[in-house]
Design a protein around this ligand. Sequence first.
Ligand code: SOE
Length: 387
Amino acid sequence: MSSTNRPRLGVAVVGHAFMGRVHSHAWRSVDAIFELPARPVLSVLAGRDIGRTRAAATRLGWADAVDDWRALLERDDVDLIDICTPGDTHAEIALAALAAGKHVLCEKPLANSVAQAQAMAAAAERAARDGVRSMVGFTYRRVPALALARDLVARGRLGAIRHVRAQYLQDWLADPDAPLSWRLDRQRAGSGALGDIGAHIIDATQFVTGEAVTGVSALLDTFVTERPRPDGPGRGPVTVDDAALFLGRLSGGGLASFEASRVATGRKNALRLELNGTRGSLSFDLEEMNVLWFHDQDERAETAGFRRILVTESEHPYAGAWWPPGHGLGYDHAFGNEIADLVVAIAAGKDPDPSFADGLAVQRVLAAVQASAADAGRWHPIAGARP
Ligand code: SOE
C-alpha cells in the first residue's frame, strides 16, 4: 500500500533515555522495512526538561516535544502512547492514556507492584472493548531465534519440557564506583536485576514453553550497598538487588532455574535459555542472537548432537522482512519487529501480545521471588499463574 492511502498512526514516546532512544529509532525505521497497514507518524516526544527533550526530539526525529506527558492525552495527533519511563510512573501514565482512548505500549516490567499491574491489566481489558490496544515490551519475544524456539516447542519438537535453565547476566554494576541511578532505587525501579532483567527471563520462559511458573524459592543479594551519588558528594544507599537466583516449577511439571545478575564480570547482555525436553533440547544466548542450537533426540545417536541454526532465513520468524540470509540482526531489530506486530494488531482490531495480562503474570512471579527471598527462601506458590 502506498503511504498516501494508509491511515496514519500518531505516536508519542514518553522518555528519551536508553529505552526512549531505542523505541524512537524503531518507530522511525519500521515503516521502511515492513509493509504496514498504517503509517506511524512520530508526533511528540515527552520528557521532563523541555530543553533536553527538544534536543532529543530533533536528534531522534520527533515533530514536537513537551515537558509533561499529560499534554499528550488531549492531542489529536497522538493515537498511541509508548511509555519508556522508570517503573514507578508506568501505572499512572498507562491508566490515563487508556482512559483517553490512546493505544499503549509500555516498557517492562509492567509496574512496580502486583496491585498496579492488576489495575493496568483490568484497564487494558476494558479499553480493548472500545478497540484501544495495549502491549507490554517484552521485546525478546521478537528476536527471531527465540520466536523460532517457541515455534519448535509448540510443534512438539522438544516433547515434554523437563528443564529450563534461564540466565540474564550483565556486569555494568561490577564496578563498586558505578554511580547511583533510578535503576538502583527501589521506590523508582521496584527491584534491581530481578525486575530489570529477571523479568525478561521469566517472560521468555513462559513464552517459549507456553507454560506458567507456578511457584519459586529465591535468594536476592546486594553486594555493593552504597554507591557514589551522581550529582553530589559522597555515597548513597543502593536499595535494590544486584543479583537474583531462584528455582521454579512449571505448570507442565518441569523444573526451572533462573539467575539474573548485573555483577557477572565479562557478561554484557547474556540472556541465555536452555530447554531440555523428552524429544530434544534448545539453547540460546543473546550475545549470539542470530543463533539457535537444537538437539533432536529422535535422531540416530551416531550423528545426533546440537545443531547450530543460523536464524536468518526467510522461513524464520521476522527474518524475511530484513536482510538476505546470513546478514544478521541486532538488539534494535527486535524492537522494530515488536512495533510492526503492534501496528498490524491495532489495524486489524486485535489484541497484540504480550498483553498487560502477560505483564501481570510476570509481576506475580517477581513478587513471589521477593516474598520468598524475604522468607529465607521458602517456597512461594504463584496465585492465578498463567502462561
Ligand atoms: C529493556 O527491555 C531492557 O530490559 C532494559 O531495561 C535493561 O536495562 C536492558 O539491559 C535489557 O533491556
